[in-house]
Design a protein around this ligand. Structure first.
Ligand code: HEM
Ligand SMILES: *[C@@H]1O[C@H](CO)[C@@H](O)[C@H](O)[C@H]1NC(C)=O
Ligand SMILES: *[C@@H]1O[C@H](CO)[C@@H](O)[C@H](O)[C@H]1NC(C)=O
Ligand SMILES: *[C@@H]1O[C@H](CO)[C@@H](O)[C@H](O)[C@H]1NC(C)=O
Ligand SMILES: *[C@@H]1O[C@H](CO)[C@@H](O)[C@H](O)[C@H]1NC(C)=O
Length: 277
């Protein structure tokens, strides 16, 4: 049976509401020289498509949570904490720029998948040499999975351990590293198995473009804390991580030293674990 053509038009409209490359308000446009971008490929891509201000400025917690839900179908509950940390990187009371987010030690961490370590080079811009570990992983097949993600995490950390004497590698960093990687696998692939087409991930990192034209669509099920945290744990386990020592800390402002530096807290924790262990 043939569908009446008006139905086809309606359904094309519905599925393409977020997807008209170069045409709609949400088409992909690379940033202008005056636009700001930063260390997060997810948010850079949202700005390149106009789901966040294309200037990369004046980003609010609400706007970032809304855009991540609209485009990536990520439950805001999963991102509220990180979005609030984002605000600490800014001098504005209630907004940040994408560039602000590179403040080392608030969210930004070492041994990233696609950016150099802060002490080594540019911790904000995409770098193909850094990205090659992930790009070339799981050879011979067209997908990444939990096993290969763990190997990439291990290798990226080993490179930083060899090259970066100022490496920070505590529970906080491995937590964020596993979370951002798992979230990427969940958005572009399967949140349960972690199996994810390579080309979606590569286009997104390299071009900071949503790979609609290549067949990606918004995940049909909301990515909620329960499902994503499971995958985060699996990626972390597969990465065979061990700490390089040091205390987890959060930098609470642009001109601040690591003020939530938890050396004192760590000492307390150590004495508590010593007592209980
Ligand atoms: C769907 C939502 C998001 C996804 C899929 C996502 C994904 C990612 C990925 C994969 C990275 C790692 C890049 C790398 O290792 O080279 C990253 C980094 C980062 N993201 Fe996001 N992100 C999301 C939302 C956010 C939000 C809401 C914020 C804060 C407002 C944020 C701030 C950052 C920052 C500061 C980094 C730098 C970390 C580093 O040093 O690599 N992201 N993100
Ligand atoms: C920033 O965004 C808010 C809400 O999205 C808007 O009301 C305000 O005018 C914007 N400010 C600037 C400077 O663009
Ligand atoms: C990319 O990172 C590598 C390794 O740290 C570095 O040698 C190279 O200069 C970086 N490239 C750019 C364009 O910054
Ligand atoms: C991931 O893919 C590789 C290559 O196909 C395979 O050897 C490995 O077993 C897979 N891992 C899982 C958990 O399925
Ligand atoms: C993920 O893979 C499982 C097992 O193959 C499958 O049952 C499920 O439907 C897949 N989920 C998504 C979102 O593709």
């Amino acid at each position: 049976m043939r569908f009446p053509s008006f139905l086809l038009i309606v359904s094309t409209f519905a599925t393409n509401a977020f997807a008209c490359p170069g045409k709609s308000r949400y088409g992909f446009l690379p940033p202008k020289p005056t636009d700001l971008r930063g260390p997060c490929p997810a948010l850079n891509a949202l700005a390149n498509h106009g789901y966040l201000p294309r200037t990369g400025r004046n980003i609010t917690i609400r706007s970032v949570l809304q855009a991540c839900e609209d485009v990536y179908n990520v439950d805001p509950a999963l991102l509220t904490g990180v979005a609030k940390l984002g605000l600490l990187t800014s001098n504005e009371p209630d907004s940040f720029t994408l560039d602000d987010l590179k403040l080392h030690g608030t969210i930004e961490f070492d041994a990233s998948l696609s950016r150099e370590d802060f002490a080594i080079g540019d911790n904000s811009r995409f770098n193909e040499t850094i990205f090659s570990t992930l790009a070339n992983s799981n050879p011979g097949v067209e997908y990444y999975n939990v096993t290969s993600a763990g190997q990439v995490q291990f290798e990226r950390l080993a490179i930083s351990q060899r090259t970066n004497p100022d490496l920070t590698n505590t529970d906080k960093e491995i937590g964020f590293r596993s979370f951002t990687f798992a979230l990427t696998l969940a958005i572009f692939g399967n949140v349960t198995t972690g199996v994810t087409p390579k080309n979606f991930v590569q286009i997104w990192f390299r071009e900071e473009r949503l790979p609609f034209a290549e067949g990606w669509a918004r995940p049909s099920c909301t990515l909620d804390p329960a499902s994503v945290n499971k995958l985060t744990g699996a990626v972390k386990d597969a990465s065979k991580w061990s700490s390089s020592g040091g205390c987890p800390y959060v930098r609470t402002g642009v001109s601040d030293a690591p003020t939530l530096d938890s050396k004192a807290i760590c000492k307390q924790l150590d004495s508590l674990t010593a007592k209980s262990g």
